[in-house]
Ligand binder design. Sequence first.
Ligand SMILES: *[C@@H]1O[C@H](CO)[C@@H](O)[C@H](O)[C@H]1NC(C)=O
Ligand SMILES: *[C@@H]1O[C@H](CO)[C@@H](O)[C@H](O)[C@H]1NC(C)=O
Ligand SMILES: *[C@@H]1O[C@H](CO)[C@@H](O)[C@H](O)[C@H]1NC(C)=O
Ligand SMILES: *[C@@H]1O[C@H](CO)[C@@H](O)[C@H](O)[C@H]1NC(C)=O
Ligand SMILES: *[C@@H]1O[C@H](CO)[C@@H](O)[C@H](O)[C@H]1NC(C)=O
Ligand SMILES: *[C@@H]1O[C@H](CO)[C@@H](O)[C@H](O)[C@H]1NC(C)=O
Length: 325
Amino acid sequence: MKVLLLLLGSFTGSLVQAQTGVTHPISEECGPSVVCVNHYANVLPYHFFRNVSTMDAVTTFGDTTVANGTVLQDVKTADFIVYNKEKGLDILGSNPSYEYVFAVNDAVHEAPVYVASQNKLYLSQLAPPPGYLPQLVVDLNQDPPTLSEYLSDPPVYAPNGGTFHDGKIIWGASGGNRSIGGTEQRISLRTLDPETNKTTSLVNNYFGYYFNTIDDIAVHPKTGDIWFTDPQYSWFNDITDTPPQLPCASYRYNTSSGAVVVVDDSIGQPNGIAFTPDGSIVYISDTAAVSAPIDPKYGHPGSTFNTTHRRYVKPGPDILGRPER
Ligand SMILES: *[C@@H]1O[C@H](CO)[C@@H](O)[C@H](O)[C@H]1NC(C)=O
Ligand SMILES: *[C@@H]1O[C@H](CO)[C@@H](O)[C@H](O)[C@H]1NC(C)=O
Ligand SMILES: *[C@@H]1O[C@H](CO)[C@@H](O)[C@H](O)[C@H]1NC(C)=O
Ligand SMILES: *[C@@H]1O[C@H](CO)[C@@H](O)[C@H](O)[C@H]1NC(C)=O
Ligand SMILES: *[C@@H]1O[C@H](CO)[C@@H](O)[C@H](O)[C@H]1NC(C)=O
Ligand SMILES: *[C@@H]1O[C@H](CO)[C@@H](O)[C@H](O)[C@H]1NC(C)=O
């Protein structure tokens, strides 16, 4: 009997041992509404579980339950979550806060472009209501800042990405049909001169084919080439009336020669794009986890989120420099 108890004892011991590696505390307050997650919470106590995110129910890391149902201390409710104390706390400073400024609709999250000469922020609306026109402008010269609707001349339908270059806003206009304000518009790169409100098309086709969406754009810091991503969301979300004619790809537009070149076609749904300051690495996010069928027989299906599909940032020209977050 004694022997048996001893055996049980050592068995329990090895079970506990299987749990070593948990960093204590897993998370802790390290500023006003700032929570630090220690060692990236690499080892969580059993039983832990995070339910998958769906379109209807989004979960975050803070929804993970640990140790048979305990919540991760404060992670869900913190305004700021820091994984890398050295970098994160330095960026946040000692008293970080955010301020609620304007009530906007659910789709005011695209193409923000700050025009320093005017001290104004231009941004897009990408869902009804009110739809894909007009855009919005925040006037930061006012105290408090004001938000108003903005229409360029001619109007640009559904900018999905934007950047400022050479005195102009460059927009990735992501929608198209034959009767937008009485005229035809197609997915295109457009410029807006914020002094005159005039817009001009730079590129609206690839050897005669319509682009699929033109999502985000970035200007190469050395060459001035305009790089842009072309996923397929505009068809899914009924912003264009023609199904995709081209694969998902990313392109480089040479403003002096006019040439448009495919730079990558390996990304599921290429979306955000950015360069390092020296232009040696381009980062493109792959949001393939949000996708849908493109076969016109399904109509415009909207898009759904599937956590098992790709959702990451792909750095080029190689993946060795992938940064920690
Ligand atoms: C996971 O979420 C789904 C709904 O998204 C829910 O039906 C299910 O009960 C959840 N599972 C657990 C274990 O919480
Ligand atoms: C979770 O419950 C199991 C079964 O009751 C137990 O063996 C385990 O030690 C518990 N884990 C924690 C961290 O309390
Ligand atoms: C084209 O888009 C405009 C703006 O959303 C819309 O009012 C119009 O009904 C669309 N026309 C067609 C033929 O889809
Ligand atoms: C451009 O649009 C803004 C906002 O609608 C307006 O205040 C401004 O006068 C316009 N500029 C010109 C040159 O028309
Ligand atoms: C862009 O076009 C210009 C003018 O034709 C040419 O000199 C330049 O090499 C091109 N850039 C690239 C990256 O090919
Ligand atoms: C997510 O994608 C996987 C792999 O393609 C598929 O088996 C699964 O059914 C999808 N889940 C949902 C909820 O659509």
